[in-house]
Design a protein around this ligand. Structure first.
Ligand SMILES: *Cc1c(COP(=O)(O)O)cnc(C)c1O
Length: 221
């Protein structure tokens, strides 16, 4: 039988704890972001009731439809934007999300400070890096990373770390190791990496935020 999201949450949390132990890391160094994109509020609620608070969505508009009501009932929810962000949605994103994982280009570095000001809040950002040279997935090309980080810092965007989506169907470990190295070189603590199929590997290689969808909610429609 397919596990319910609450049962799956216990399984994933158990696997995270076990991996942290093997990696000699503290379990509170790793945040499980439950990726609820394309799942209805009724599926999300059991996890909220079980006390889980970090959730990820990849589209601003979809999140606007689901989350304001849920946030009213669970005000300490932390909502993570994990999908690519268009500059014209930056203000909406700044109002709704508590963390942005997809800062990946100069136009967003320009748009975000204005959006933060209008929204009246600063939202911590991960800079997404194109570790696999797959521009269609978004992410800043590695050679352009120093320049992008510098301009984000000049504009006082709160940077928490780096994020990546490695190429599908090949061993992700070298890409996670690369993201970890880049984060260290640039003095950033956060590493948003690892999804349902590879979050344990990502934790072994330093992930601070794993983004897990299907292992919790099942396959998306
Ligand atoms: C959908 C998505 C995930 C979750 O993927 P699963 O394989 O379902 O765990 C993680 N990160 C990003 C950027 C996504 O779009």
């Amino acid at each position: 039988m397919t596990p319910t999201p609450s049962e799956a949450l216990l399984t994933v949390e158990g696997a995270i704890a076990k991996t942290c132990k093997i990696a000699r890391r503290k379990v509170d160094e790793v945040t499980l972001v439950a990726v609820s994109k394309m799942h209805a509020a009724e599926k999300i609620e059991p996890l909220l009731e079980a006390g889980h608070r970090h959730f990820g969505e990849n589209r601003v508009q979809e999140a606007q439809g689901k989350w304001p009501a849920l946030k009213e009932r669970f005000p300490d929810v932390q909502l993570h934007l994990i999908g690519s962000l268009q500059s014209n949605k930056a203000e909406d994103a700044a109002r709704l999300f508590d963390c942005i994982h997809s800062l990946d280009r100069k136009s967003l570095v320009k748009a975000l400070p204005k959006a933060f000001e209008k929204a009246g809040r600063q939202v911590p950002c991960f800079v997404q890096v194109d570790v696999g040279e797959e521009p269609q997935k978004g992410g800043c090309p590695i050679p352009e990373l120093p320049d992008l980080l510098e301009s984000a810092r000049e504009r006082d965007i709160p940077l928490t770390g780096l994020m990546c989506i490695p190429p599908a169907d090949i061993e992700p470990a070298p890409f996670f190791a690369l993201l970890d190295k880049l984060a260290r070189e640039h003095g950033l603590d956060g590493r948003s990496m690892g999804m349902s199929s590879d979050y344990e590997t990502a934790i072994m290689l330093g992930a601070t935020h794993v983004r897990v969808g299907s292992a919790l909610f099942g396959e998306r429609g």
